[in-house]
Design a protein around this ligand. Structure first.
Ligand SMILES: *Cc1c(COP(=O)(O)O)cnc(C)c1O
Length: 225
């Protein structure tokens, strides 16, 4: 089966070199990941701790694992030794836990703050005013084992491309404001993780640096009941 590598190559051909493609492999088997790996894909995204750990154990060590799903504090310890980046930091408590577990592993874990701009109720993340409050507080100062590298966000699930574009622009503006106000001298604050299978071309137009594509690479997901 070459459809996975075809899809990856097709996406790559449309990506500016500054944009990182994270292949979202959640629910898909090891073989799919191996196929993507064989055509050079190294960044993979998962949204469940146990699934990420099990896959990481069976796959090459140079894979860069991105945690993109809601993360419970009591599970951070399982991914802290190896996770490449956590996109889904949505509370001070979670960030403090990541810091603590990273310290035990002698690591500094790159993290993104998840922002909530979509219209859906169910999406996790800091509201814009909460993000501002969080950054303005001094809670980041004492955390030495996490590195805030930027923001992650999702647009509403809609066919309205204008709305999607507006929401990506909002995320981009939140990023620029945060950078100018709180991270001026910090070269590591440079990532905007936004754009999925259906909307990544729009995200590229609005300055994304990381896209997270699942269905567009691996096909439909079948969830077990
Ligand atoms: C599942 C998931 C994706 C990938 O979604 P697709 O529509 O399959 O590309 C991206 N980001 C997050 C946070 C996800 O949970």
């Amino acid at each position: 089966m070459s459809s996975i590598s075809d899809a990856i190559n097709e996406i790559r051909s449309k990506l500016p070199s500054s944009v990182c493609l994270v292949a979202v492999s959640k629910t898909h088997p090891i073989q799919f990941i191996e196929e993507a790996y064989a055509c050079g894909q190294r960044h993979f995204g998962e949204n469940k701790v146990q699934e990420m750990v099990e896959k990481a154990e069976q796959l090459p060590a140079d894979i860069k694992w991105h945690m993109i799903g809601h993360l419970q504090t009591n599970k951070v310890k399982y991914i802290a030794p190896f996770v490449h980046m956590i996109h889904s930091i949505d509370s001070e408590k979670l960030l403090a836990t990541v810091d603590k577990e990273a310290k035990k592993c002698n690591r500094v874990i790159p993290c993104l703050l998840q922002v909530h701009v979509a219209k859906e109720e169910t999406k996790f993340g800091f509201l814009p005013e909460e993000l501002e409050e969080f950054l303005a507080s001094d809670c980041l100062k004492n955390l030495k084992n996490v590195k805030i590298c930027g923001l992650m966000g999702m647009a509403s699930f809609t066919d309205d491309t204008k709305q999607i574009a507006d929401e990506f622009e909002q995320i981009k503006n939140l990023f620029e404001n945060a950078k100018n106000k709180y991270f001026t001298s910090d070269a590591d604050f440079r990532e905007i993780s936004m754009g999925m299978s259906n909307d990544y071309p729009i995200a590229i137009e609005h300055g994304t640096t990381i896209i997270r594509v699942g269905t567009g690479i691996f096909g439909k997901r079948y969830y077990q009941v």
